[in-house]
Ligand binder design. Sequence first.
Ligand code: SF4
Length: 364
Amino acid sequence: MKNPWKLPLGELTEVARQAARKDHGDVVTYVVNRNANFTRICHVGCAFCGFGRRPGTPGATTDTIDRVVARVGETPWVTEVCLQGGIDPDLPPSYYFDLVRELRKNFPWMHLHAFSPMEIDSLCAKAGEEPEVMLPRLRAAGVGSIPGTAAEILVDRVRKKISRNKLPVARWTRIVRAAHLAGLRSSATILFGHVETWEDIRSHFEVLRRLQGETGGFTELVPLAFVPYENRLGRMLAQRTGGMSRLEERIRRRARRLYPLARLVLGDLIPNLQTSWVKLGVEGAAESLDWGCNDFGGTLYEESITRSSGGRHGEGMEPEAIEEAIRRAGRIPRRRTTLYGAVKNPFSLGKKSCQASARGHFAL
Ligand code: SF4
């Protein structure tokens, strides 16, 4: 294969499209899921974030566990709940464990995709435990897998510029490795379209390749386009690039090249490449199925993080609408579990088709 980093865009896209088709045929998967963002309190202060609130400032709140359970109970048909929040130095480890146990107790059919490496780092610090001890404990409590977020760009020089208080690359890698070795698989992510160079992206992919070669624990790569509207970094970059529309165009151009590169550079080790309708819009996500993606992401009935940065594509997309978008792109939709297995739960359908049955079955 020719060096993908050097291919012109048209050829790169075509080779990536063919590679995805070879591995996945016409099938495009998606998951019926929701987020449950339980605290906005965060002392980290990432420049790209519109979600976190400094302790004591307006909007800096944490939900009670009962409140989170009630919210998740509004969508009993989901097969996955993604639990992530800010980094609140005063939220005790017991909250995280109780939250997981309560959700497991109330919704045993849901997979808990819980706590970013940054949250796990903070949990370790609070509990005085190493990741190699903490992660098996989280698994025993009921966590099913972890999101590979807080990766941003896995180059310390870049991390210092966009989120100087975030855990360093070596710590992120150690935590994700410990998760994989504890039997918890994870996604892998990359936040692109800000100050990173193509060389940084290459280094990021290299970190993921090395770790995947070691553990095999990544389920998919989820490229996350930077949402610039309501955060410090977006304002600064818009000024530097000559306005928000120019910055948007730069992010679009980067996405256009990054997805096919991800398919070709990582696809042999991480076969699933997930698009994001929350970041790219439904049309953009459908288009990206021709850039090497084979997964449409999830229904995301609750999504606060992208919206807090001014994301313009809303939250919550019914399975029927996802399937329609996939079919319109000429592909075959297939629902999956978090870990890319077949869905067995007959009630894990969409709101329209299954809410009534789910209510009856689970006696909410
Ligand atoms: S990205 Fe996460 S860690 Fe960073 S400020 Fe936002 S909530 Fe806090």
